[in-house]
Design a protein around this ligand. Structure first.
Ligand code: ADP
Ligand code: MG
Length: 268
């Protein structure tokens, strides 16, 4: 088997004033083209894990290898190069997009920072290509975030993340702030992008139903630790850890057949 794209080992992060570690000896891998779901209730350490992986937060200890390169010790030019290879999509597209920037500037920013498309016209073509990739169009170039719905804003944030052609997309509850109908559309987009671009993803959600739809394997986090990690079908069909079972029980299953089977299994 080839080496995983991302290899996280023994990650630890604590914040001053917090009694427990926010991330406590977390280890997992993500293969090339693989989507790993990360679920757990609020405060379990999912975002801190994501931020350590994306080199936005420095862990106290542990290792994050992207393609064999240590992320936690990278600085300067090396760090900038690593950042282009993994991009984040955040939960709240209202606060993650600068309201004073046009869509063209927002999506094109990474191209300037990473010095990818150096002329304004090449940049514009690339931005239009990216907008079309996420279901928007050239008509949106000059508009500001305020004129878009939550779902459209998240599409802009995704285009912005994809601008630098990352291999790993780190999605921190990217559909949690959207209403249910919008969630399904944006999830479809992620699935579609994964197929078309061969992206690897760390996909965080507190909703197990969301993760099930998109990921290959699932990791379950509780109090800073991964308490269960396995293939999606295995984790959903036969959760080993009581916390995973509790999370599963809390989720109404959208598939009525699965829901009947679950009720039957419970009353058996
Ligand atoms: P999740 O994303 O699963 O909700 P977080 O990673 O945001 O969890 O938080 C995990 C724990 O770390 C929480 O107890 C939270 O209060 C704490 N924490 C996260 N970020 C900070 C910070 N910048 N300063 C202090 N404590 C933090
Ligand atoms: Mg979070």
């Amino acid at each position: 088997m080839s080496e995983p794209l991302l290899s996280v080992t023994g990650l630890v992060k604590s914040y001053p004033g917090q009694r427990a570690r926010s991330v406590d000896e977390v280890s997992f891998t993500i293969g090339r083209g693989e989507v790993l779901g990360l679920v757990g209730e609020s405060g379990s350490g999912k975002s801190t894990t994501a931020r350590c992986v994306a080199a936005l937060v420095r862990p106290d200890s542990g290792s994050v290898l992207l393609d064999g390169q240590e992320v936690t010790r990278a600085r300067g030019r090396e760090l900038r190069a690593l950042r282009a290879r993994m991009q984040m999509v955040f939960q709240d597209p209202y606060s993650s997009l600068n309201p004073r920037m046009t869509v063209e500037a927002l999506v094109g920013e990474g191209l300037i920072v990473q010095r990818i498309e150096c002329t304004a016209s090449a940049r514009r073509s690339r931005v239009i290509e990216l907008l079309e990739l996420v279901g928007l169009s050239a008509d949106h170039l000059g508009r500001y975030p305020r004129s878009f719905s939550g779902g459209q804003r998240q599409r802009i944030a995704i285009a912005r993340a994809l601008a630098v052609s990352p291999e790993l997309l780190i999605c921190d509850e990217p559909v949690s702030s959207l209403d249910v109908s919008m969630q399904a559309q944006v999830l479809n987009l992620f699935r579609d992008l994964r197929e078309r671009l061969g992206l690897s993803m760390l996909f965080i959600a507190h909703d197990l139903a969301v993760v099930r739809y998109i990921c290959d394997r699932v990791a379950v986090m509780e109090h800073g630790r991964i308490v269960e990690l396995g293939h999606r079908d295995q984790v959903y069909a036969a959760p080993v850890h009581p916390y995973t079972r509790a999370l599963l029980d809390a989720v109404p299953l959208p598939d009525p057949r699965a829901e009947r089977a679950r009720r039957a299994a419970q009353s058996a």
